[in-house]
Design a binder for this molecule. Sequence first.
Ligand SMILES: NC(=O)c1ccc[n+]([C@@H]2O[C@H](COP(=O)([O-])OP(=O)(O)OC[C@H]3O[C@@H](n4cnc5c(N)ncnc54)[C@H](OP(=O)(O)O)[C@@H]3O)[C@@H](O)[C@H]2O)c1
Length: 258
Amino acid sequence: MNTTTEECIFKSDMLSGKTAIVTGASRGIGAAIARRLCETGAQVVVCSRSLEGVTQTADSLKDEGYTVHAVAADIAQKADVERLIEETLTNFTQIDILVNNAGITRDTLLMRLKDEDWEAVLQTNLTGTMYCTREVLRPMIRQKSGRIINISSVIGLIGNVGQASYAAAKAGIIGLTKTTAKEVGTRGITVNAIAPGFITTDMTAEIPEEFQNKLLELIPLQNFGTPEDVADTVCFLASTAAGYITGQTFQVDGGMVM
Ligand SMILES: NC(=O)c1ccc[n+]([C@@H]2O[C@H](COP(=O)([O-])OP(=O)(O)OC[C@H]3O[C@@H](n4cnc5c(N)ncnc54)[C@H](OP(=O)(O)O)[C@@H]3O)[C@@H](O)[C@H]2O)c1
């Protein structure tokens, strides 16, 4: 039995007046994060490569009365990231929260790993996170506040067979998180990472059932996580309750890695 609920338990005005960007928000964890940020009062800019996917996320939230803006942007492209930030500032004048969630996998054993697959995973998961972070720093420094939340993975902590590129990128995100936290701490900006374990989304749907059952045995809480489990941690880190926390990595993994 899952211990969390899809229902939002935070106050609906917790992030009132705040503007958030969520990358990779057309589905899965990113879509759940966008929803939670809306439910806690933020206005949200959602991005993904596919305009159709991200517009779908935005439209369903707008239908419920939330303020959401969709941008099609590939975070692996610097020019797209610059446009994403510019469009957000034009629409909402400031950026309070950045959630670097977009990510991809190209799994294979290292011996068989193609250069282009390594490069694609590093470029999206790590360089894309750096582009978005670097681009929001100026407006956040100007306003003397900001919250940056990077979605890493437990795979970045422990590695995994067939995931060399993904593990390297997700470990890199943790180093990037700590360094950015040290560089901008005096500017009122906190930077933290979340390392989810096994969360049920399209990304994990392809894992064979037999292997999923083996994974379950490694999880003390005995169930897979939901996108909302991650989204709730994002909301906490974006809230004033987390004002004295920076440079940390929070595992949301049911105890899988400890
Ligand atoms: N699911 C898990 O068990 C798990 C565990 C640990 C960490 N994570 C991390 O959590 C994040 C979300 O995972 P998920 O399971 O929700 O994945 P998902 O269902 O595959 O969704 C990935 C999202 O990222 C977007 N995206 C991919 N590449 C992009 C790019 N270059 N620019 C902009 N958007 C891009 C996708 O939309 P488009 O295809 O339209 O661009 C989609 O919205 C990822 O960083 C993943 O590594 C997931």
